[in-house]
Design a protein around this ligand. Structure first.
Ligand SMILES: [Zn+2]
Ligand SMILES: [Zn+2]
Length: 529
């Protein structure tokens, strides 16, 4: 008997191109072997929602307009209040594994990001033993499982959020060592649970690739503006180290899984950080559609001059000195960067619209609609539509002064693309930043390319500087491969929506989803039946 019928091993947020390249050249030998005998395809995310909502869309099989989570900080409808959905049950639809469980299947769901514990599950679940963007802390079902894992295998060796790591070569080395050790330890306890046997569905997610991608893209990518060849030489390529560790873990787990139907999955991708989320508010103000709050008494004249002065001094320090001072500086920067504003920083009595948190790759804008918002200014569908059309044109007109390319790639009107009972939770417009040019950060290296000058006839010049320490950012495409009795080194020509996986697992394992925005993947059903 095989220990599991369906085994899903996810590499969270790894670049699909990198996985393919490193499988092909033998850097990732286990992935290479699985690809050679499996069915390989690309995945595509829900348009405009490829950051906080990726995993919830995957495990519910519906878009954020139905499961209600588009980002980890949301606006409460009918108010201007921001809240964290994790404090309120996270999503409003059940995961496919809850349906499998109700149909009598025995499931193990381990460390799926942005998921909540289902106490009724027929099987086991863990969240955030190791997790990027952890929202709950380590929890499990049954409740004592987490304690047993920690007492037997230890806690994850990376004991701080990855945004808070230091930025010296030594810090990066220890960060990578912790991620690699975390992968090994996670592999050990995965083997332990898998070995119990009798699983109809078994999934584990290696989130270490996610942390490495966000924090270390500039060490991997030599063309990145924050690339520091001295640090990179000392640290090596963190993405390679972490993905090799995950590849080795996958090899061990697959070997133990016997004849299971195996899927390896990276739901969304990673590449250089881009965009100008940090100046969206100023652009909207400059366009005259958003009003800033009246100015608080100024304490900034001296303080900001002092900050600029310190930054200039910093850039002139020799590397060795910077290495010693950096941990102190970074602790300050990282904390600032990792605590997103939890209030709307605009005057809602005089704004026609305002920025609506949706992650860094695709910004959100919310209209201040009469009848929906407490102090709504735009009255009626026609007025809203005309306003959105004009704002879209104005945003698409903006050029990045340095590269001379458009700063915005696309503007989507959310309600033209999605429907569902929670549509009112979503931003009205989704602003896709142009990812052609990498941005730097004042928190990393010498701050090269951290300042963006946005230019258009209507806004003149709006300047903003990125201080966020992540040098890698998501891309909406991912990769999956599936091996099993009926697969053989085949590639799918069309990409598969991440919404299609939940109905596929339900169909294969004899459960019914009440509703889905996706559909079972025919090639996978054929291969796995
Ligand atoms: Zn991320
Ligand atoms: Zn992380």
């Amino acid at each position: 008997m095989t220990p599991a019928n369906v085994l899903v091993l996810a590499i969270d947020a790894a670049s699909p191109a990198l996985l393919e390249e490193w499988a092909a050249d033998g850097t990732l030998p286990n992935l290479r072997g699985l690809m050679a005998r499996g069915l390989v395809g690309r995945t595509r995310n829900v348009d405009g929602f490829c950051i906080g909502s990726t995993w919830p869309s995957w495990y519910t099989g519906v878009t954020p307009a139905r499961h209600g989570l588009h980002y980890l900080v949301q606006l409460r409808p009918g108010t201007y209040e921001l809240y964290r959905p994790a404090t309120e049950g996270l999503v409003k639809r059940d995961a496919f594994w809850s349906h499998l469980s109700r149909a009598g299947r025995r499931v193990a769901v381990l460390d799926v990001p942005v998921s909540a514990i289902d106490r009724s599950l027929n099987g086991v679940q863990t969240v955030e033993w190791g997790g990027h963007d952890a929202v709950f802390g380590t929890q499990s079902h049954p409740a004592n499982l987490a304690g047993r894992i920690v007492s037997t295998f230890g806690a994850h060796p990376l004991n701080t959020p990855c945004d808070e790591i230091g930025r010296t070569a030594k810090d990066y080395r220890s960060f990578v060592a912790n991620l690699v050790a975390g992968v090994r330890s996670k592999t050990d306890w995965t083997l332990d649970l898998l070995g119990q046997g009798g699983w109809d569905f078994f999934a584990q997610v290696f989130t270490e690739a996610h942390c490495a991608g966000h924090q270390c893209w500039h060490l991997h990518d030599r063309t990145h503006p924050a690339h520091d060849s001295l640090v990179a030489k000392e640290v090596g390529d963190p993405l390679r180290s972490v993905l090799q560790a995950i590849d080795a873990g996958i090899g061990r787990i697959v070997e133990k899984a016997g004849g299971a139907r195996v899927m390896v999955l990276s739901l969304h991708g990673m590449s250089h950080a881009f965009g100008a989320h940090f100046l969206l508010r100023d652009v909207l103000i400059q366009l005259g559609v958003t009003r800033p709050l009246p100015k608080a008494p100024q304490a900034t004249g001296f303080a900001s001059a002092a900050t600029d002065g310190l930054r200039a001094v910093w850039r002139q320090l020799p590397h060795a000195v910077r290495d010693r001072v950096a941990p102190i500086r970074d602790r300050f920067h990282a904390r600032r960067a990792s605590s997103p504003a939890i209030r709307l920083d605009v005057d809602t009595t005089q704004s026609q619209c305002f920025p609506h948190n949706n992650g860094l790759a695709v910004a959100g804008v919310r209209l201040n609609l009469a009848g929906r918002e407490p102090q709504g200014m735009l009255d009626g569908e026609l007025a809203a539509q005309a306003f959105e059309d004009q704002l879209s044109r104005d945003l698409l007109d903006i050029i990045d002064e340095h590269s001379r390319r458009p700063l915005v790639k696309r503007v989507l009107r959310t309600r033209d693309h999605y429907s569902g009972e929670h549509l009112n939770l979503l931003p009205d417009l989704l602003i896709e930043w142009n990812d052609a040019v990498a941005i730097g950060s004042t928190s990393i290296g010498d701050g090269k390319a951290a300042t963006v000058r946005a230019v258009s006839p209507k806004i003149g010049v709006v300047t903003g500087t990125n201080s966020y320490g992540r040098t890698g950012e998501h891309r909406p495409d991912g990769l999956f491969l599936a091996t099993g009795p009926g697969t053989s080194g085949r590639s799918l020509s069309d990409s598969v929506s991440i919404l299609d996986f939940a109905p596929t697992f339900a169909t294969l394992l004899g459960a019914t989803l009440p509703e889905s925005d996706g559909a079972p993947i025919p090639a996978l059903i054929d291969a796995w039946r």
